[in-house]
Design a protein around this ligand. Structure first.
Ligand SMILES: [Zn+2]
Length: 414
């Protein structure tokens, strides 16, 4: 639509957020272009102590973390860093850890959030291809800077698009060889942390080289790679692939391939659990239609005090209960799925999961929350998920933002 382009040529598709639950209308990059104020970056200073002051008194929260947490002064949040246009440098080490005593709780408009699981490389790739759709190849490439610039405008507390909190940081997950290269190209960036590992659907890529690349990246205190994963078991897509594979002549051949794939996923998952244990690093787990095996392998290979993020949790309430009961430092990540009309089961799990065991994540570019379904999901969508969780649990959104921020720090050290 040319009229939109004329208003704000730099607007990017899929990343408009609005406080209205008005369905598809708010997805339009044009819808609010005329009302968008110029960027005025609000000072954001949600100190660690303040977050703690707001948090509930979880026994987990007081439990010492097994490794020296790599802490970042929250005042060096992404918004502030972008506004200063400082060199991102070695973020974790540029910042000074603070144990400042809690003061007054922050005003609602200074709350911040972290997207604890997204795939920035895929987000920018998808946004770029959306931007080029219908244009003759001359649309702008969406990259970290252009995306961040736009989100900063949208998160101006005085703007109509403001959803009650600002993006402070995100954890981008690289779980294939390709993704590790792509994320290395993105890093370092202010407020961007990473997990390196091997996804179960990329398990065939895992070898000694990849293992040592992951291990050395996570072990290196001077980069932004802070966790191992995502790793785990995914029987859903593995079975689909086998069903669709025409080179497999009969059931016996399919059965044999299935055993091979299952065994490979299992070995690669186990290797990464051991690695995370060795490094004292948090572990990101992906599990889909593989509950019993996931639980069995975790019981065999993970310490009970391991810091674990079971991401995009869509498994059963009973698995959730068991995991939360057995692993006191384990959190469940909830994505836009909890906002979907058909997300009732996930909302039930949200309802029964204590707030101090929840991490906010988009898993962008996938599964954009309502009212942005169908758009490219990105970290700026987190507030929609937080608000849904608040609604489901009958608490204030501010409480969800503050507690989940504290949960992130406890799990990932930032
Ligand atoms: Zn993911």
């Amino acid at each position: 639509m040319p009229s939109c382009v004329a208003v704000t040529p730099r607007r990017l598709p899929g990343i408009v957020i609005s406080r209205d639950a008005d369905g598809g209308a708010s997805q339009s990059p044009c819808a609010r272009a005329g009302r968008m104020a110029l960027a005025r970056v609000a000072p954001v200073a949600l100190a660690a102590g303040r977050a703690a002051a707001l948090s509930t008194s979880s026994p987990v929260a007081r439990r010492p973390i097994a490794v020296a947490a790599r802490r970042v002064d929250p005042s060096t949040n992404l918004v502030a860093l972008v506004s200063r246009s400082s060199s991102p440098g070695k973020l974790r080490h540029a910042a000074v850890a603070t144990d400042a005593a809690p003061t007054a709780p922050p005003a609602a408009d200074t709350l911040t959030y972290v997207d604890t699981h997204c795939h920035l490389d895929l987000i920018f790739q998808k946004m770029t291809s959306e931007a080029k759709k219908g244009k003759k190849g001359d649309a702008a490439v969406v990259d970290f800077d252009s995306w961040r610039h736009q989100l900063t405008q949208l998160e101006d507390p005085d703007s109509e698009s403001y959803l009650g909190a600002q993006l402070e940081a995100c954890l981008t997950v690289a779980c294939s060889r390709r993704a590790m290269d792509a994320v290395r190209d993105i890093l370092p960036k202010p407020g961007v942390f990473a997990a390196f590992g091997c996804h179960p659907l990329s398990a065939h890529e895992w070898d000694a080289d990849m293992a040592s690349a992951v291990e050395s990246a996570v072990a290196d205190e001077n980069n932004a790679v802070v966790a191992v994963g995502e790793c785990g078991l995914d029987y859903h897509y593995a079975l689909k692939e086998i069903e669709a594979d025409e080179s497999l002549a009969d059931d016996a051949a399919r059965e044999a391939r299935w055993e091979e794939v299952r065994k490979t996923q299992e070995d690669v998952f186990v290797a990464q659990m051991k690695m995370a244990t060795r490094l004292g690093a948090p572990l990101v787990i992906h599990t889909r239609e593989a509950e019993a095996d996931t639980l069995r392998l975790m019981r065999e290979h993970l310490r009970k005090d391991a810091r674990v993020h079971v991401h995009c949790f869509t498994s059963s309430a009973s698995l959730a209960r068991t995991l939360l009961g057995e692993y006191p430092n384990l959190c469940l990540g909830f994505t836009g799925v909890c906002t979907f009309k058909n997300g009732g089961d996930v909302r039930e799990v949200v309802r029964s999961t204590p707030l101090d065991r929840i991490l906010l994540e988009t898993d962008g570019p996938y599964m954009a929350p309502a009212p942005h379904r169908g758009a490219v999901a990105h970290p700026g969508h987190v507030p929609h998920i937080a608000k849904k969780i608040a609604e489901v649990k009958g608490v204030r959104a501010e409480e969800v933002f503050a507690q989940c921020r504290a949960n992130t720090r406890r799990t990932y050290g930032f």
